[in-house]
Design a protein around this ligand. Structure first.
Ligand code: PMP
Length: 323
């Protein structure tokens, strides 16, 4: 295996050498924004497919803008860097890439302005996050979702994830798989790392962005498949906690969680307590799309390796370097 490699301070360096100082502003105050990008391994094709890289780059740019962080690289440079990072590491399994824009200056002082910013990215092998086959048993969290007037939830702010971590830990220590967070008004917002969708009246319903959700890329993907392949209608409107209990189906979407059926909320079975047919069908098509089995969705994928030359771990961009 190649040496694990990160992109740090403008260069590819061994992961073991990519270290920040203990006075780094982002470490002191959580002043950073991040993304999570999946690479999905297709063993038959011997290919690693990065999923919707440009959409993740667009979102990290928006997060950075909201938080007054300067991202000095262009979209093309970032796509290139992330694809190269994946190729250099040579993983032949599912991976997760974490780009971060952060306040890199080593200084004390609570503020967002007049500070140096930098960009880094690392990659790590990453298998299943929730049990997508069995479905998730969820609990409504006693922790409320952070409000846009406190820390904008549509920005993936590192410090904000303390809110999510509190909810996740509460759920898991109470014996559940995942938390469902309500917003300040008591309406359903989202999971600790997933958007949430209910199925009622044959339609897919999800909370609007103004209910303090992260505007999920997996959610958009699932909705696109639901509308075009399954002919379903999607709706964005406020959802009550009690509406979860009586929904025909509930599922979660997220880069880590993929499309995961929810089989139980607060110990109340959703439907008959097993993954519902719409969730299952969406999940199946979603997995096919992200692993390069649906040519009509090839535009969502960035292949990492040049399988035309060899079935091995050869960087796709080696062609351009004349290698
Ligand atoms: N909500 C939160 C809080 C998340 O962390 C995530 C994961 N990024 C999502 C929703 C789902 O977003 P996406 O599908 O873009 O990964």
């Amino acid at each position: 295996m190649p040496t694990p490699t990160a992109f740090f301070q403008g260069h590819f360096v061994p992961l073991a050498e990519a270290k920040i100082g203990i006075m780094t502003h982002a470490f002191l105050y959580g002043t950073a924004v991040f993304e999570g990008i999946r690479g999905n391994w297709n063993g038959e094709q011997q290919q690693l497919y990065l999923f919707r890289v440009r959409d993740h780059i667009q979102r990290v740019r928006q997060s950075a803008k909201i938080m007054r962080l300067d991202l000095r690289y262009s979209d093309d440079e970032l796509v290139d860097t992330i694809t190269q990072l994946a190729a250099l590491n040579g993983y032949r399994e599912d991976v997760y890439i974490r780009p971060i824009v952060y306040k890199s200056q080593e200084v004390v002082g609570v503020r967002m302005h007049n500070l140096e910013d930098d960009f880094l990215a690392f990659i790590t092998p990453f298998g299943a996050y929730l049990d997508a086959d069995a479905g998730a048993r969820c609990a409504t969290s006693s922790w409320r979702r952070v409000d846009d007037a406190a820390i904008p939830a549509r920005a993936k702010v590192n410090g904000l994830y303390v809110n999510n971590a509190m909810a996740k830990t509460e759920a898991q220590l109470n014996g559940f798989d995942e938390a469902i967070m309500l917003n300040q008004d008591g309406h359903v917002s989202e999971g600790s790392g997933e958007n949430i969708v209910i199925v009622r009246f044959g339609r897919l319903i999800t909370p609007p962005p103004s209910d303090n959700i992260l505007e999920g890329i997996t959610l958009e993907t699932a909705f696109e498949i639901a509308q075009h392949a399954l002919g379903l209608t999607v709706e964005r409107r406020t959802i009550d906690r009690s509406e979860l209990y009586i929904a025909d189906e509930v599922f979660m979407t997220g880069t880590a969680a993929h499309v995961t059926p929810v089989v139980e909320v607060d110990r109340i079975a959703i439907g008959d307590g097993r993954p519902g047919p719409i969730s299952r069908e969406l999940q199946r098509r979603y997995f096919d799309a992200i692993t390069g089995r649906l040519p009509e969705h090839a535009q969502w994928l960035t292949p990492v390796y040049d399988t035309a030359v060899s079935a091995g771990a050869r960087p796709a961009d080696a062609r351009h370097r004349g290698a």
